[in-house]
Design a protein around this ligand. Structure first.
Ligand code: MSP
Length: 658
């Protein structure tokens, strides 16, 4: 196969603070699919992932657990490696920032920056977000909290080394200008430009209040800022910064795939560090969107909240690796956020995998067995349906490639499913069961069987980068077990004559969605309970134990905005002359006094209500209640034993409640 050149792709190196969730899996699955895809196309691929093991957060977690930081990360990293093994992630190297090969090389990078005159000693005074390991100035905070994660920050003041990031502001803006492809999607580039234009301050690149980090060369009471340490992994894993064989072959990276929240580090700090260290810049930084759960980012702390299972290990156990991978790649649009929930996931698995793909394969193999003795026959004629199926099948590869060039995994899969759905439709159009009844239609029937086998084979090639196990299983069933899956074979339609099929189990069993959702919510509840029991933080406990309320149908803001609530004072209250349950109030709301009637005589004596500050629905259409007019409604809450409790407020009379 022609060698297309090298292709170096990386994922972020994950924090081994605890087990990974489906959000981390998302990024790694995309990188894996891209790596496998480029390998099939003939690229010399290098795929790097790893773990980012230093920093204050890890040190604190280890202390809480009463183990050394190294022992702490060793355990979590073993779990992460196990997860990638289960998911058959095809990385070529896994770098840990606690490995010696990394530590010595990151010091070499530091020395290069130092010798350039870009690192100097000073004093740090500012705010620090420990979970994000990020420094912020007061003006960057949002409501006094970390602008990235919204959590509280702490004041940090210490002697520290600084990197002259400010010197690189213009160079980075020039980079975006000259190479807009460096940072995508465009929205992220605009955000970064705006960030730089606010003014780039020098970056504090060392800490001395804890010691779980790479020592600063010649000043070991300082450890390097964890992002300088972490970003360097992409180079140190190749043996860099020195000129090693791997560096020569693979650097600069073709793609750094990262979540949108760390684009800033990869597109400002990282290129500045590389410029300072006289190393070439990566060709592309791609920021992907987040998986959201109930509108919030799926995260480690919220991972167990709610009724959805986000633990990839459980999802894989129940539905298989390929179903999860397919869902992640097909459901979301690269660069945008997307909602994750178990129902959407199960529907995708059922409709696309069990119905469309699974049925196509099982129906075809069964028919070839039934009508052709299990051996794929020769094709004899070509009518418009045959020609259309063939054109769509052999034309798909080009479309898949075009979408993959844009990292549009969902659209690449959609192009493959165009073939799958066309083939299913072809079965309906040709109705082989009718052809089989007429001996004179044997040639046509044979053609249908052969064309279906070819279409399925093309699909098996095209899905290989995304779901290689399924591809292998399909190829086994259409009699191609043990043959090499070759990318160019997706361009031809004449390889299947004489092949003996081999019927197997359904490649994706149908899921009973309602039943499965119930099981999953039970599992999610169990996980949340366990986490709540283990948590010392009462707020976290409450969040973990929280259960969704049963509410009326959702309304939009405009519905709410139509309502006019006002604060009023009850001047007078009396019994309704004709109804035992009703009380009649005279309510003053600013300039206006009006009559409002409520059915609360069982809960309040009239005199108890006088003087209370209440909330009135003031623009409600007036209503007759047993012969008296009511001009609005007071708000009450349902109390115990069916009693009502009036909603009161300290706000001034007449004020608008909104
Ligand atoms: N250690 C740093 C990265 C250093 S790279 C030099 C870090 N680690 S992390 O464990 O927090 O992982 C962050 C990455 O995980 C994100 O950038 C993203 O790729 C992935 N995701 C984590 N949660 C995610 C979602 N809810 N949705 C999508 N991706 C998510 O930051």
């Amino acid at each position: 196969m022609e060698n297309k050149g090298k292709f170096y792709i990386t994922t972020p190196i994950y924090y081994p603070s605890s087990n990974l969730h489906v959000g981390h899996t998302y990024c790694t699955v995309m990188a894996d699919a891209m790596a496998r895809f480029r390998r099939m196309q003939g690229y010399d691929v290098r795929f790097l992932t790893g773990t980012d093991e230093h920093g204050q957060k890890i040190q604190t977690l280890a202390e809480e657990k009463g183990v050394t930081p190294q022992a702490y990360v060793d355990e979590v990293v073993a779990g992460i490696k196990e997860l990638w093994k289960t998911m058959e992630i095809s990385y070529d190297d896994f770098i840990r920032t606690t490995e010696e090969r990394h530590e010595t090389r990151v010091q070499q990078i530091w020395n290069r920056m130092y010798e350039k005159g870009d690192i100097y000693k000073g004093k740090y005074e500012g705010m620090y977000c420990t979970p994000c390991e990020s420094f912020w100035t007061e003006s960057q905070l949002v409501d006094g909290k970390c602008p990235d994660c919204g959590r509280p920050v702490v004041k940090a003041e210490e002697e520290a080394y600084f990197f002259k990031l400010s010197n690189y502001a213009q160079k980075i803006l020039d980079l975006y200008e000259e190479h807009p492809e460096f940072l995508q999607p465009e929205t992220r580039r605009n955000e970064m430009k705006a960030f730089i234009n606010q003014g780039l301050e020098d970056l504090c690149v060392s800490r001395c209040t804890f010691d779980w980090g790479v020592p600063v060369p010649n000043d070991p009471k300082h450890v390097m800022y964890v992002w300088v340490d972490a970003l360097s992994n992409y180079v140190t894993a190749l043996g860099g910064p020195e000129d090693t064989e791997l560096m020569g072959k693979y650097w600069p990276a073709d793609y750094h795939l990262v979540g949108k929240e760390i684009v800033r580090f990869h597109s400002i700090i990282w290129p500045a560090m590389l410029m300072s260290a006289d190393l070439p810049l990566p060709k592309h930084v791609l920021g992907h969107g987040w998986l959201l759960l109930g509108g919030e980012k799926v995260s480690k702390s919220k991972a167990a909240k709610g009724l959805d299972v986000v633990d990839p290990v459980i999802l894989i156990e129940r539905y298989g690796i390929d179903a999860l991978k397919y869902f992640l790649l097909r459901e979301y649009t690269f660069g945008q956020d997307g909602n994750f929930n178990n129902e959407v996931m199960l529907k995708r698995m059922n409709y696309d995998l069990a119905n469309d793909l699974g049925n196509l394969v099982s129906r075809t193999v069964s028919m070839i067995e039934k009508y052709c003795g299990g051996v794929i026959p020769a094709a004899a004629i070509e009518d418009d349906f045959d020609k259309d199926l063939k054109a769509i099948a052999v034309g798909a590869r080009e479309k898949v490639e075009a979408e993959m060039d844009k990292f549009a995994f969902n659209m690449a899969l959609e192009e493959i499913w165009v073939v799958v759905r066309r083939a299913n439709k072809y079965i309906d159009e040709k109705a082989p069961w009718v052809l089989a009844k007429d001996e004179s239609k044997k040639a046509e029937l044979d053609t249908v069987m052969k064309n279906l086998a070819e279409a399925i084979r093309v699909v098996s090639v095209l899905i290989y980068p995304f779901m290689h196990t399924t591809s292998d299983e399909i190829r086994k069933q259409i009699g191609l077990e043990g043959t090499e899956t070759v990318w160019d074979d997706a361009l031809v339609f004449d390889l299947m004559e004489g092949v003996k099929v081999c019927k197997g189990n359904a490649i994706f069993p149908r899921i009973d969605i309602d039943k499965e959702l119930e099981i999953l919510s039970g599992i999610a509840e169990e996980i949340a309970k366990k986490k709540a029991a283990a948590s010392a933080d009462p707020v976290e406990k409450a969040i973990l134990e929280s259960k969704p309320l049963e509410l009326k149908d959702e309304i939009v803001y405009d519905d709410f905005d139509k309502m006019d609530f006002r604060v009023g004072t009850i001047l007078k209250a009396e019994k309704h002359p004709k109804a035992d349950k009703l009380l009649v109030f005279q309510v003053k709301m600013g300039t206006e006094v009006r009559q409002v009637i409520s059915g609360v005589a069982d809960s309040y004596k009239p005199e108890e209500m006088v003087g209370k500050k209440v909330v009135v629905v003031a623009n409600l259409k007036p209503r007759q209640l047993r012969g008296m007019e009511s001009y609005g409604m007071l708000l009450f809450a349902d109390g115990e034993d069916g009693k009502s409790i009036v909603v009161t407020t300290d706000a001034p009379d007449g004020s608008v409640v909104c």
